[in-house]
Design a protein around this ligand. Sequence first.
Ligand code: NAI
Length: 475
Amino acid sequence: MVVGEIVHHSDLLVIGGGPGGYVAALHAAGLGLDVTLVERHRLGGVCLQHGCIPSKAWISAAADYHRAQGLAELGLPLERGEPDIRRLRDFTRQTVERLTNGVATLLKARHVHVVQGTARLIGPTSAEVEGPEGRQIHHFRHAILATGSRALEPEGLKADQKQVILPRGFFELEALPDHLVIVGAGYIGVELGMAAARLGGRVTMIEALPRALSGLSPSLVEPVLRRMKQLGIELRLGARIESVQRGAGGVGLSLAVEGGKAEVSGDVVLLAVGRRPNVEEIGLEAVGLPAEGFIAVDEQLRTALPSILAVGDVTGPPLLAHRAEAQGRVAAEVAAGRPAAFAPQAMPAVVYSDPEIAVAGLSFEQAEALGHKVARGRFPLRALGRALAGRAGDGFAEVYADEASGVLLGGAIVGEHASDLVSELVLALEMGATLEDIADTVHPHPTFSEAWGEAALAGLGQPLHTVRQEGSPWV
Ligand code: NAI
């Protein structure tokens, strides 16, 4: 120890204050552990500061703005003015600020010792922290690595934060670009691209693969593609960037596309091509853990070193805030010596597109590939009173069950409120429900949630508000 160096001891050291880390810290403190949390930027991580929350501010505002324009058809015209994006940006900042303060208050109330700085492991039970308060040494029984992930930049195209931006730069825009070019039509590209288009911007998306949202079944993505077309979004699939020209008038991209070349130019280019784990500078090599790629963990979320656990994006896909939170709770239990494992029956995933897509459990294709004879029940929202009355008839709910046992294997919902509606499916999967359980559950009328009961009935071969068409799912 160096003279003057401050030494701290705690039961648990959490590195990273995002949804994985701060939830782990809160829960561990609730279980009676003495907890220190180290964060180098702001509490809440990418989700709160630059991702889930700011994007919801923009997406909700864009959805309201766009829907309000449709009111004229109902005889309720609204005056249209020019959008002032700076006010939306300010509202986004205020929302983030409120939630950040909320996280700080919760941590304080649980007596979590929050340290600002960058932590680096120096041994299996010790780390050094460099921050505004100087260098500190922390000794711990357990550490939880929750350092998250950061945006990737494609080969040959680096962000300059002005003309070429990363997703976090989107929420700092002062004005909507006349023409926004998005590289990557995955979660972020589609969500932000549709928000920009609904606010009135011109949007072009460039995707290397032959499909947008390629991780999801094509039938789920279809309604979103239709809406993209209506919004005038241009989708360039199977396109690879060959060269970039930056000039005063914007950015030009030369693309290699099937059968030749193409040019696209825009005012701002947004890079949304995936994420990589933050594993550098945390001392993994000092404790003998691999310092490249995602950190491998077991069901207890332990790394190869029993004293060191990891949660969230840094442990690999799916990179989802709710997964990080769920892991954070389990890791806290493990650190407290309780028997716990991260083994959810279903992990929901939501794309906040227009309409929203939400899935949980197995996809139809996965269920079949696992050898199940699958009973599939589909219910279109256009047959649902509440959806039609609310001008939200686009989309459907689907359930997949093992035909012999009726046990639910997975499902999906596409439509307005899908992000909230999917929770019923997740609970049903977690509880091992059958199609009958869902069909016999009384859903309030008129609500969107009735779509689940109807889809289950269709899966049982007893459709109520739909007619079966030969050779196709229940529609
Ligand atoms: P992504 O993996 O969803 O999509 C990236 C897309 O970029 C892919 O379709 C890929 O083929 C394409 N791509 C890669 N390199 C390219 C290139 N050079 N040129 C053109 N296209 C290229 O990644 P994204 O959208 O950046 O989001 C990162 C992750 O963050 C997601 O996978 C998800 O796990 C998480 N996320 C979750 C959200 C949610 O839960 N609603 C919202 C946003 C992000």
